[in-house]
Write a protein that binds this ligand. Structure first.
Ligand code: ASP
Length: 328
């Protein structure tokens, strides 16, 4: 009963917020990476859930505006009409790209309205199925003996997979052993890995769990500080810290943003709908199965998320500068 009251109260807040929004015009969530990848997956699951939490009438579209590690899609949204009908779903790249590009066409902290954080997702270091190595140690030796012959896929300069490969290559001093191959997203990069056209990738678990489970790729390690002991599959893989890479930790997060100047009532309505969506048991279950942790209300908060992104920009800058000396 209590729950019912809460739901009715939340719905009332939604309708009281922005009159006429969204109306019949769809809300487009711009994903700055290719379809079929992990950011795309979060956006599609969230869009489906927000359609329900916006009261059923809202129509959502997902648009993949691909390229330059997410910065093309982010630029598109920064320049879109600030009416709530164009949103950006981006990840840690929102904070990493300022340190990875000499110039980007938007200022992450100034050119967007922050709607809130969505989830946190560990990464996994995975290899093509034909690799002879089965453990991280074998894999390390394999890299050493195959210096200059291997390639590692990523989703473009500034993407999470690029950031991970940069940090990992620099930590193991494997830069000379690898050529980096950029894709428009790790959806297509994963297909290349499964097909054996590339050797390695570091990507979100939301893209790797099913492939590892099916034996289509080999996993060697996870990037979190602590082992993923609660996940039925990922618990079996060591952290990079356990493998001797001191202090290595990388967790991808996703957040939602609107163009600067979007009316406060529209932002409030979208934020409330997001909060409800992130409590949806089906959404949580799907994310959980893929190793992602959906955040709670305190982080689905515009001010808290903005402060978090500012802190991430400050944290990543020196890490990226240091890693860039060893890898590209
Ligand atoms: N996982 C990708 C990245 O490396 C992006 C994507 O395709 O979702 O940033």
């Amino acid at each position: 009963m209590k729950r019912l009251f809460a739901a009715v109260a939340a719905a009332t807040v939604l309708f009281a917020n922005a009159q006429g929004f969204p109306g019949s015009k769809p809300i487009t969530i711009v994903v700055p990476f290719a379809a079929g990848g992990p950011t795309d997956l979060v956006a599609r699951q969230l869009a489906e859930t927000m359609r329900k939490t916006m009261g059923g009438g809202a129509n959502f579209l997902v648009e993949n505006a691909v390229g330059a590690g997410g910065t093309i899609g982010a630029t598109k949204v920064a320049r879109a009409a600030p009416d709530g009908h164009t949103l950006l779903l981006f990840h840690i790249g929102m904070a990493a790209t300022p340190a990875l590009y000499k110039k980007i066409a938007y200022k992450p902290l100034e050119d967007f309205e922050f709607l809130g954080m969505i989830n946190e997702v560990p990464m996994t270091l995975v290899g093509k199925p034909q690799l002879p190595a089965n453990t991280y140690r074998d894999f390390e030796n394999y890299i050493k003996t195959n210096a200059g012959k291997l390639n590692i896929a990523h989703a473009g300069l500034g993407s999470a997979s690029h950031l991970c490969s940069l940090m990992w290559q620099s930590a193991v001093k494997a830069n000379e052993a690898m050529t980096t191959i950029p894709y428009g997203g790790t959806g297509p990069a994963m297909q290349a890995l499964v097909g054996g056209q590339v050797d390695l990738m570091c990507d979100q678990t939301t893209n790797t769990v099913q492939q590892i489970q099916a034996g289509r790729v080999k996993a060697f390690a996870v990037t979190t500080a602590k082992p993923l002991s609660k996940h039925p599959l990922l618990k079996d893989y060591p952290t990079l810290q356990e493998m001797g890479l001191k202090g290595f930790e990388l967790t991808v997060w996703h957040g939602m943003y609107a163009p600067k100047g979007t009316p406060p009532a529209v932002l409030k309505q979208l934020n409330e709908a997001m909060k409800l969506a992130l409590k949806d048991p089906d959404f949580i279950k799907k994310q959980d199965a893929l190793g992602a942790i959906v955040v709670t209300d305190a982080r689905v908060d515009p001010a808290a998320h903005k402060a978090f992104v500012a802190a991430e920009i400050a944290k990543l800058k020196p890490l990226i500068e240091a890693a860039k000396q060893f890898a590209d």
